[in-house]
Design a binder for this molecule. Structure first.
Ligand SMILES: Nc1ncnc2c1ncn2[C@@H]1O[C@H](COP(=O)(O)OP(=O)(O)OP(=O)(O)O)[C@@H](O)[C@H]1O
Length: 480
């Protein structure tokens, strides 16, 4: 999709310039219980979000990306408090809102709004546009100056619709127009934070840019703060100030937009970025530089040990299998959780033996990409090394890092960066394949089971799936 690049600092309001924190999330977890049997005993849990920390600054846009199933939507529903967290803390404007009840949440519902992915199922087909966009006023018992009708008509024109559409029904609108209606509803109470869950992915490509631009314009006019969730880096690229990359319930990289695009540090980020088509004819070899990740995201019921990405990473060594890398600010404005980051000095240089999985993963990475990876890593590491003379990366000294568990070498010892220069020889598929497949199947069935198990207790309020006649009016209508 093509959207005009956002001008530098275009979204920064006065508050954002001051870097004031609007939302702070610490150690956030959401585990959906898996229940079985007559007694509905808990036999496991889907670890959809498994300990994430981040901040959203007033006036900025934080993009959140990752493959399907990595926990982005669950994170969005946690921070809007449509879901109850299993653990962790959510602070909004310095106030702990982690476990606020319905009454406590009522004032917050005005400040935090959500835009849902599917504009077809998130609008009640039996209500007029006027009723839908005016619903938040009714729910909050607020009467805007000049009356609800006048305010709704104003909101309709703000999002580029005619005020005369007031009495029309959702089916009379196109997908893009419906999403504008959803945006008007979200803006009704002048929220401080808007969480948009895949706001354009259900729309035709030609319409996507219009909606993204509308969000961008509204942010500048109204000083909004956004968390925009997308699986597609091309959507968040143009609207985000910072981007968080999620993988299997964790944030693996969180960086300023330009840093992330210029020199991604997590191999997963690099792989995601290589999947975005680059409309630049001068990059003739762009096609061969693609990194094709092997297999699907593993099961969030039993995520891989250590670094969760190690089963698909072409750089994984023993330490990646045994030790979870913490999210550290290796460069100002760029946090990453990786033992062997791209474009930066190796964090575990002592660990040199590639895992079997890494060798298999390397087969799916083109030689060009591997060579480029090695070359940029070496060059940028040297550059960063010079620049960082005066900087102290926030990493633990090597001596403090846990020693990798000694393991029988699976392949001849290779240095990570050097190893990717020469892709490892082919190896027959190991038994891990079967394990991964089993996990995936278990995840699928358990996901359904867990959803059932949760339905009664959790009341996954206000999702776009609540397409029933009365459930569609957004998060406001469904009590927790
Ligand atoms: N209510 C639920 N009960 C059980 N498991 C759930 C529930 N909601 C989500 N999950 C599981 O949590 C994991 C993360 O789901 P989530 O929808 O947050 O991912 P996502 O990154 O947003 O993916 P997508 O882009 O496909 O929506 C998935 O494995 C999903 O099956």
């Amino acid at each position: 999709m093509t959207t005009p690049a956002k001008s530098e600092g275009a979204t920064l309001t006065k508050d954002a310039a001051a870097g004031e924190t609007l939302l702070k999330v610490t150690g956030l977890q959401k585990h959906f219980p898996i229940r079985k049997g007559l007694l509905q005993r808990q036999v496991g849990a889907v670890r959809a979000v498994d300990g994430i920390d981040f901040e959203v600054r007033r006036g900025e846009t934080l993009g959140v990306v990752g493959e399907s199933g990595c926990g982005k939507s669950t994170m969005g529903r946690l921070i809007t408090r449509l879901l109850e967290p299993t653990a962790g803390k959510i602070e909004f404007e310095g106030k702990d809102i982690t476990h606020l009840g319905v009454g406590g949440m009522r004032p917050l519902r005005r400040d935090v709004q959500m835009i849902f992915q599917d504009p077809y199922s998130s609008l009640n087909p039996r209500h007029t546009i006027g009723t839908i966009v005016g619903a938040p006023f009714k729910l909050q018992g607020v009467t805007p100056e000049g009356g609800v009708k006048k305010e709704v008509q104003r909101l309709l024109s703000v999002v580029g619709l005619s005020p005369e559409h007031y009495n029309r029904y959702p089916h009379e609108f196109s997908g893009g127009q419906r999403q504008r209606i959803g945006i008007a509803r979200a803006l009704a109470l002048s929220p401080k934070l808007v969480v948009a869950d895949e706001p354009v992915s259900a729309l035709d490509v030609s319409i996507q840019a219009q909606v993204v631009n509308l969000l961008d314009d509204l942010q500048q006019e109204l000083g909004l703060t956004y968390v925009i969730i997308a699986h597609d880096l091309s959507v968040v690229r143009h609207v985000s100030d910072r981007i968080a990359v999620m993988y299997l319930g964790k944030i693996v990289e969180l960086a300023d937009r330009d840093l992330l695009y210029k020199s991604p540090m997590h191999p997963y980020t690099k792989a995601l970025m290589s999947a975005v088509p680059i409309p630049d004819p001068s990059r003739k070899s762009a096609r061969s530089e693609r990194i094709l990740l092997q297999g699907d995201v593993p099961s969030p019921i039993a995520p891989p040990s250590g670094c969760r990405f190690h089963t698909r990473c072409w750089k994984a060594t023993e330490i990646c299998r045994t030790t979870e890398p913490p999210l550290l600010e290796l460069r100002p404005g760029q946090q990453v959780a990786c033992h062997h980051p791209e474009n930066f000095a190796d964090q575990a240089p002592q660990d040199t033996v590639l895992l079997r999985d890494a060798r298999k993963a390397a087969e799916t990475v083109s030689e060009e990409a591997l060579a480029e990876s090695a070359a940029t890593s070496a060059a940028v590491a040297a550059e960063v090394g010079e620049a960082a003379e005066g900087l102290t990366p926030v990493t633990k000294p090597a001596a403090d890092r846990p020693e990798p568990v000694a393991a029988e070498p699976l392949v001849p010892a290779q240095k990570n960066v050097r190893a990717v220069e020469e892709p490892a020889a082919k190896e027959p598929a190991g038994s891990e394949d079967a394990t991964v497949a089993e996990d995936a199947a278990a995840a699928e069935s358990a996901g359904a089971g867990a959803a059932d198990g949760e339905a009664g207790t959790e009341g996954d309020a206000g999702t776009e799936g609540d397409a029933g006649p009365d459930g569609a009016e957004g998060q406001e209508s469904t009590p927790k």
